[in-house]
Design a protein. Sequence first.
Length: 252
Amino acid sequence: MVIKKRCLLWDWTNTDGPGHQGVPAEMDKVNFEGPMKSVSNWNTWTPPELKGRAPFRPMIHDMAKLSGEDGKRIENTKDGIILYFNEPEVAGISAEKAADVWFKQIVPLRKEKGNKLVSPSCASNPQGQAWISDFMRRVESEPPDFLGLHYYGTDHNEAIKYFEEMHAKHPKQRLFVTEVASISRNYRDVVTFTIEIANWMDRTEWVEEYGFFGCMRQVADGYVSPEAQLMKPDGQFTDLMYKLMYDQPMKA
């Protein structure tokens, strides 16, 4: 039986838009019959090239996405899973402010629209851990359905240890790992990390979904590894992307 937990992190630049040409036809090549379950793009709008083939996970990336057209799209989301804030500790959003918005604007999306809610996804460093602990304490009366997490590193055992520690701190929330990847510049090490993490996630009952970073033509920054890219500069999928689409359990 196929275990469907993998979320495709489809960069917004893959979608055609004003001033830039995407690679929307590549979405037609994504296999959603295997372990790949859903799609997210760090935005509130659904990539039109998805064509309803898989559930879309809208993200309220930052404060600006709470109003205007973004706010309307979120308000119109029903029976979905909504991702709340991307690394707010980096963006300068306090846990106090995020909790205030949570009660006023986010919780009603669950009560009135039937959505499930993912907590803000923080980095795994001490600053990120302190932020999410503060937030979870503040929203204890209306906790999120899932705990959002990010993890970047080179050692899969350290990653698994982190996920286990965070689950132990917040045992009522299944994990929704909105970004994970190896930052090693050695391709074999990246493959090993990806295989070990994916197989562990698939067999761990309290993991809801996870997304490997990332499916995009350009490397996002100097921190992430070019070897972990799921898309080539020409828009074609990498071998790692094919493994994530088809292999379960994953193997070298």
